[in-house]
Ligand binder design. Structure first.
Ligand code: 3H9
Length: 719
């Protein structure tokens, strides 16, 4: 809806009203059309101001309407009519003007923004392009390079940046609506000919062909197969080379292609999934809206290795006081320097002052006595973590939340050794912790809802996408990674190369294939875990084969590489070779290929030709199958939780929605059929055994993803 009132005698004030973000639903669009007509037809009205209710201009088109039978007046003619008006129309921008919201403002003759407002055309992040004239008006207003940057990245800019770019005419610290009303009266009666952006020529740099080609190349590289960024460049190119009306036709054409693509559906699903995971619930019935988080003013980090340093930076950047504890003096000094460096670089990037004074360092665990929450990030060793937790419970004030940043250890086992197990939760950060968006908040059966709510809220404050998950080996993300990695190893044994496997996964959309990724993170990490789990040495005494562990097929390939000191990038050799230790450019390694040939011959394996399709099906369907098991076990509350974890923590391409969404897109029956096929071929691989939840979903007609929770609930209530 849109409200209308007459203010200051001669100004028609139109207020968009659709909480929480005043999205342009059919009713809002109809309201705007009607109210603009009313204002323009009223001889007493000299100018018009458009604003949004509750200090928020407009969050763009109503994404919930996409994929439904859209009704109501379309945006393009509505915005064109505003631009064609013969009375000045001023946009008063408070809060955000995003997507269709900014496009509406660009159709107005003037734009006045509050200093705290944020503006942008984020359609590309939803698999779309700004299709209400945004791709045609913005380059005419700010020039092609700036428009390309904003439209292909979808990034938001501050009001000050928008002023510098020329997107807005004025920025104010006062009430933007009052300022806009006054301003609109001051320009009433003046010619509007020079204020209609669609009539501007598009300023073209002399080397525009080279510019577009350069940008297109970069965009394709970054897009990993997403088509929206490419369409954005094509649309801006149309603005630069065609008259406005023809450019608009091209914009609509490109939008129609994107709109019907599976990619847009996947990215819009991600948008809502990211918000849905904030509405967490635990199997006990505790949930986000009934569990009150505790205030956290002061936090501590124990252990200043790589993870501890990143967590310290992330906490300090939220404005909290942080006590950083490291018992080793040398490590503490190094950490101090590294943390300060990270904070200074971050502050420089954001044009703010670094928050160095928020951190106090200590070698003594007693320094944490007064904190509200501790994040332990010591070495991954249960005995060590237990000792640290016991010290913490003796030192900390009553009620302090104790969080462990483990990626592999049993959070519940750790909690069970504490006098207050309800205060213990896992906070599984991803490296580098101050950069990576994902946080798994791991609860055990004893974790209190308040502890979970507090960790979830702290994660949000730190700018993380936080997902509450149950406690099991590997939690959600790493648990699903196991079958994925295992299939990749088996494919090498059967005849594939790291290059073939990585190419298939990278063409699917992962920024890095599994082998390049493990070279980056270090092969020794998994080796240590496998050693701890006593998987590395076969039990020859009992006649166990080198490729069997605990009755199942096992590939020792990773272990063999580690025995050769090939730990990946850090040693200059891994699945690939590098110019020198630490170098990042992976080159094919003839040694590795001969090693694989010898390995296969030694184990009597006859290599066969493997295609990319098989690589994708085996790696991805095995991972998805584990996702269904996780849902069945109640470790993740719904498929959205898994998908958000994979998109934000594991490089799953957003334009494919996440593994569970992707399974739905492929068709659950097809996933099941392929898993059955591979399971028959590899009966000694339990991960390929289709999960019973997947079977049941297929048997019940493969319901859409938003109905899976019902099937899961039904199953859990039968248990
Ligand atoms: C577009 O405009 C296409 C056009 O070019 C042309 C078409 C022809 N629609 O994020 P929050 C909901 S495409 C519907 O938690 P915040 C959201 O789901 C659009 N609903 O708040 C959530 O619901 P719930 C381009 C929307 O304060 C609630 O609002 N625009 C929309 O952290 C609160 O959201 C965008 O891409 C929407 N457009 O952040 C902007 N936006 O409570 C998308 C939000 O049930 N929106 N909701 O979970 C955002 O980036 C953020 O929501 C915003 C506020 C920054 C506005």
């Amino acid at each position: 809806m849109a409200l209308y009132s007459r203010v200051s005698g001669f100004v028609g004030l139109i207020t968009l009203q659709n909480p929480p973000v005043n999205a342009l639903s059919a009713a809002v669009r109809q309201g705007i059309v009607d109210m603009v007509e009313r204002a323009l037809g009223d001889p007493n009205v000299k100018s018009v101001v458009i604003c949004g209710q509750n200090g928020n201009f407009c969050g763009g088109a109503d994404i919930k309407e996409f994929g439904t039978n859209m009704s109501g007046p379309p945006l393009v003619p509505m915005i064109d009519a505003i631009e064609a008006a013969n009375k000045p129309v001023v946009a008063a921008i408070e809060g955000s003007a995003l997507g269709g919201g900014l496009e509406l403002a660009l159709g107005c003759h003037y734009r006045i923004a509050h200093s705290k407002a944020r503006l942008g055309l984020p359609e590309v992040t939803l698999g779309l392009l700004p299709a209400a004239g945004g791709t045609q008006r913005l380059p005419r207003l700010v020039g092609v390079p700036a428009a390309l940057n904003l439209i292909t990245t979808g990034r938001h800019v501050t009001a000050t940046q928008a002023l510098q770019l020329g997107i807005v005419d004025q920025v104010t610290d006062h009430n933007a609506v009052d300022v806009a009303v006054k301003f609109s009266l001051s320009v009433a009666g003046q010619s509007l000919d020079a204020r209609r952006i669609s009539t501007y020529p598009c300023p073209l740099p002399s080397d525009s062909d080279a510019l577009f080609e350069g940008v297109m190349q970069k965009v394709r590289q970054r897009a990993h197969g997403a088509i929206a960024p490419v369409a954005c460049v094509q649309a801006v190119r149309a603005a630069a080379t065609l008259p406005y009306s023809k450019g608009m036709e091209r914009e609509q054409e490109l939008m129609a292609t994107l709109f019907t693509s599976g990619q847009a559906r996947a990215q819009q699903y991600c948008f809502f999934a990211q918000r849905a995971v904030g509405r967490w619930r635990m199997p006990s019935g505790a949930r986000w809206d009934t569990s009150k988080p505790r205030p956290v003013h002061k936090a501590a980090v124990i252990g200043l290795g790589t993870m501890g340093r990143g967590i310290t930076v992330a906490l300090a950047q939220t404005g909290l006081s942080v006590v950083a504890v490291e018992t080793q003096e040398k490590q503490l000094m190094e950490a101090k320097q590294a943390v300060s460096g990270m904070l200074e670089r971050g502050a420089k990037r954001h044009g703010v002052a670094p928050t160095l004074d928020r951190i106090s360092y200590s070698q003594n665990i007693h320094a944490v006595a007064e904190v509200d929450l501790v994040i332990e990030a010591v070495f991954e060793d249960m005995a060590l973590k237990t000792e640290v937790f016991q010290q913490l419970s003796a030192v900390c004030k009553p009620g302090t939340l104790l969080c462990t940043n483990t990626s592999a250890l049993d959070v519940d086992k750790l909690a069970s050794k504490m006098p207050n197990p309800e205060l213990v939760v896992g906070m599984h950060f991803f490296a580098p912790a101050h950069v990576m968006k994902l946080l798994e908040v791991v609860y055990g059966p004893r974790s209190s809802p308040q502890a979970v709510a507090t960790a979830m809220q702290l994660g949000k404050k730190m700018g993380k996408v936080s997902v509450a998950v149950g406690n099991c080996r590997g939690f959600v993300g790493n648990r699903m990674l196991m079958p994925y990695l295992q299939q990749a190893f088996f494919l090498l044994e059967e005849g594939a190369t790291p290059e073939l496997v990585d190419r298939a996964l990278e063409e699917f959309g992962f920024p890095m294939g599994v082998f390049r990724m493990s070279d980056l993170s270090g092969l020794d990490v998994g080796w240590r875990v496998r050693k701890r789990d006593e998987l590395v040495e076969p039990d020859m005494a009992s006649g166990q084969s080198a490729r069997i562990r605990q009755g199942s097929r096992y590939s020792p390939l990773g272990d063999l590489l580690c025995e050769q000191g090939r730990f990946g990038q850090k040693t200059g050799r891994g699945w690939y070779q590098y110019d020198k230790p630490g170098s990042r450019v992976a080159r094919s390694d003839p040694w590795l290929h001969s090693f694989l040939v010898e390995y296969r011959a030694r184990h009597g394996l006859v290599p066969r030709s493997i295609d990319q399709q098989e690589v994708l099906e085996r790696c991805l369907y095995a991972l998805i199958n584990e996702g269904f098991r996780i849902l069945e076990d109640g470790i993740a509350a719904g498929p959205e939780d898994i998908d958000v974890i994979y998109v934000f923590g594991y490089g799953w391409p957003k334009h494919r929605g996440g593994p569970m969404f992707y399974a739905g897109m492929v068709g659950l029956a097809k996933v099941l059929e392929r898993l059955e096929h591979y399971q028959q071929a590899h009966p000694d691989v339990p991960y390929l055994q289709p999960c019973s939840l997947l079977r049941r979903l297929v048997a019940s007609g493969s319901p859409p993803i938003h109905r899976w929770r019902e099937a899961i609930k039904k199953r859990q209530s039968q248990l």
